[in-house]
Write a protein that binds this ligand. Structure first.
Ligand SMILES: [Mg+2]
Length: 342
């Protein structure tokens, strides 16, 4: 992580990507907290797994966490699940445990219960990254503002204080305190105001592409992915990057399906669908209707430019995908002007 930040703090070159808007010299570096300045306490996870008869070293937990994070990222695309939702936390832990060959549902549930009650309200994220302090100090010594924007539950300030990082930071913004979370551009705008700089003078450094990089860029900051540790892991192995995921259960997904629907009706259909499924399943209606079924998800969106709805489904088996698809198709049959895909 450190090398990347030191390279970016004010020097021309890497910040001025071809095709990006002209950027000014960097005056502020704003960091994410979890998995950027802070890391999970891998040791207590390893200790807990040992009490359940599962041998895993802290290093193995750390490696599993890196892989889990890369898999989690696409689920957090703008408009999808919140990083702070119970669905996201559950999925993250399940991915981590799968990489440690723990796939039994009962066992995963028991470990999830332990995690939800551990060390509240701080939880497992209470260790500073070994390079975090040096990175922040380099930014400050170069005369730049250093701040934090974190999706958190109100505890990030106290964690940064306890780990000794807060004293070196100019500001700390916690999503629970300000009431808006990444990737919403408004939380980045709050950071720019604290830093007293324009968007083109700030960079944001985080570990999740969907939330940190895309969110920062939408607010006009440059977003930098702190992914050197995963690259290091891949580089140290002779196998190709894709093989790091080969042992995992693969998900089945439909391609993007198109259902013709008149322009003046398509948005109302999606809104009605979201309303109907919300009574039975967690449903996100920020951009279309994303229905979180117990086994996977379905998404129905109205095309912005064309007279049709787009549909997608993803689940662990072909049968699960077909089941979810059938439920949504049944609901859509009530709208005679919608033509279902073959
Ligand atoms: Mg993070």
């Amino acid at each position: 992580m450190g090398g990347l930040i030191i390279m970016s703090a004010g020097e021309p070159g890497p910040m001025n990507r071809p095709g990006s808007p002209a950027r000014r010299p960097v005056r502020a570096v704003i960091f994410d907290a979890g998995n950027t300045l802070l890391r999970m306490n891998y040791g207590v996870i390893a200790d807990h797994l040992r009490t359940r008869g599962r041998a895993a070293s802290p290093e193995e937990v750390e490696e599993a966490e890196l892989r889990a994070r890369v898999r989690l990222d696409p689920h957090l695309a703008p408009g999808a699940a919140s990083t702070e939702s119970t669905v996201t936390h559950g999925r993250y832990l399940r991915y981590l445990l799968e990489h440690l060959a723990i796939t039994d549902d009962g066992e995963i549930d028991a470990i999830a219960r332990w995690r939800r009650g551990y060390n509240l309200p701080v939880g497992l994220w209470n260790r500073a990254d070994p390079e975090a302090l040096a990175a922040i100090r380099r930014v400050r010594e170069a005369g730049r503002v250093a701040g934090v924007i974190s999706n958190s539950n109100g505890s990030v300030r106290s964690i940064l204080e306890e780990t000794g990082l807060a004293a070196h930071l100019d500001f700390i913004i916690d999503s629970s305190v300000v009431g808006v979370e990444k990737p919403d551009p408004r939380i980045f705008q709050l950071g720019l105001r604290e830093a007293g700089v324009a968007p083109a003078e700030a960079v944001y450094v985080g570990d999740l592409y969907s939330v940190d990089v895309l969110g920062a860029r939408a607010a006009g900051l440059d977003g930098i992915l702190a992914s050197c540790r995963f690259l290091q892991l891949v580089a140290s192995s002779p196998a190709p990057a894709s093989s790091h995921f080969d042992t995992l259960p693969h998900l089945h997904a439909t391609p993007e399906l198109k259902a013709p629907c008149p322009d003046d009706k398509k948005f109302a259909v999606v809104a009605e669908l979201a309303r109907e499924f919300r009574s039975r399943f967690e449903t996100i209606d920020i951009d279309g209707a994303r229905i979180l079924f117990p086994e996977g998800w379905g998404l129905v969106r109205a095309s912005n430019t064309n007279p049709y709805l787009t549909l997608r489904f993803e689940g662990p088996t072909v049968e699960a995908v077909e089941n979810m698809q059938r439920m949504v198709y049944d609901a859509l049959r009530r709208f005679p002007y919608v033509t279902l895909p073959a």
